[in-house]
Design a protein around this ligand. Structure first.
Ligand SMILES: [Fe+2]
Length: 224
């Protein structure tokens, strides 16, 4: 994990992850991990994110991670554990696929086809920790474009309530280091190559138009 932050607070590794995704257990009675519902239509994010991108990214890539996780955990004690448990306690292929299911679900949940104005509480928190909202976006984009190869850029909160921009490679998730994820942008090439080819920075700029800031408000206002 490569952290970029204005603060250097000690992190409580035992920070309780209380993400609304927990309510979506990804489990059915047959105890298999399932593809979470997409919270909008396949073409709802166009033109910033095309239907074809969603069909591949959600319908094929995320489905593959779900299928891999079921195959890897079938008949093991991991099969009835939460994604968060697997992310925090495993390594290797089980971690990789569990984290990719969680990360993608969080990412797709963070987007919305309806423009959402950033609540004032969030403007305050971003200004407090990064100087301004624009400076936060500049630094987040820089971090996201600097990730070498595949990975995720995160906005995450430490146990003191401070916000941090964190770079993670591959399936990385900052909850493993005790941070609470608030926002992420997927910078694996499969997230943007159909629409933007190699122009990752342009993809990130367009993602700002799709962020559902109100979703983040619920997570942030309790502790920011
Ligand atoms: Fe992805």
């Amino acid at each position: 994990m490569d952290k970029i932050s204005t603060n250097s607070s000690d992190i409580d590794i035992g920070l309780i992850i209380d993400i609304t995704l927990r309510q979506r257990t990804f489990k059915q009675d047959n105890m298999i991990f399932t593809l979470p519902p997409l919270p909008y239509a396949m073409d709802a994010l166009e033109p910033a994110m095309s239907q074809q991108t969603i069909e591949y990214h959600y319908g094929k890539h995320l489905q593959t991670y779900v299928d891999n996780l079921n195959r890897l955990t079938e008949g093991t004690p991991y099969s009835d554990r939460s994604l968060e448990h697997l992310i925090l306690t495993t390594t290797g292929p089980i971690f990789d696929n569990a984290a990719q299911v969680w990360n993608h679900t969080f990412f797709f949940d963070t987007l919305t086809p309806e423009p959402v104005r950033m609540p004032s509480e969030l403007e305050f928190a971003l200004t407090r920790d990064f100087g301004s909202v624009e400076e936060f976006k500049t630094r987040f984009k820089k971090a996201a474009t600097e990730i070498f190869g595949s990975g995720w850029a995160w906005l995450a909160q430490d146990n003191a309530g401070r916000l941090h921009i964190i770079k993670e490679s591959n399936a990385g998730n900052p909850m493993r280091a005790g941070y609470k994820p608030l926002l992420t942008i997927d910078v694996w090439e499969h997230a943007y190559y159909i629409d933007y080819r190699n122009r990752r920075g342009e993809f990130i700029d367009k993602c700002w138009e799709l962020i559902n800031w109100k979703r983040w408000q619920k997570e942030c206002t309790r502790t920011c």
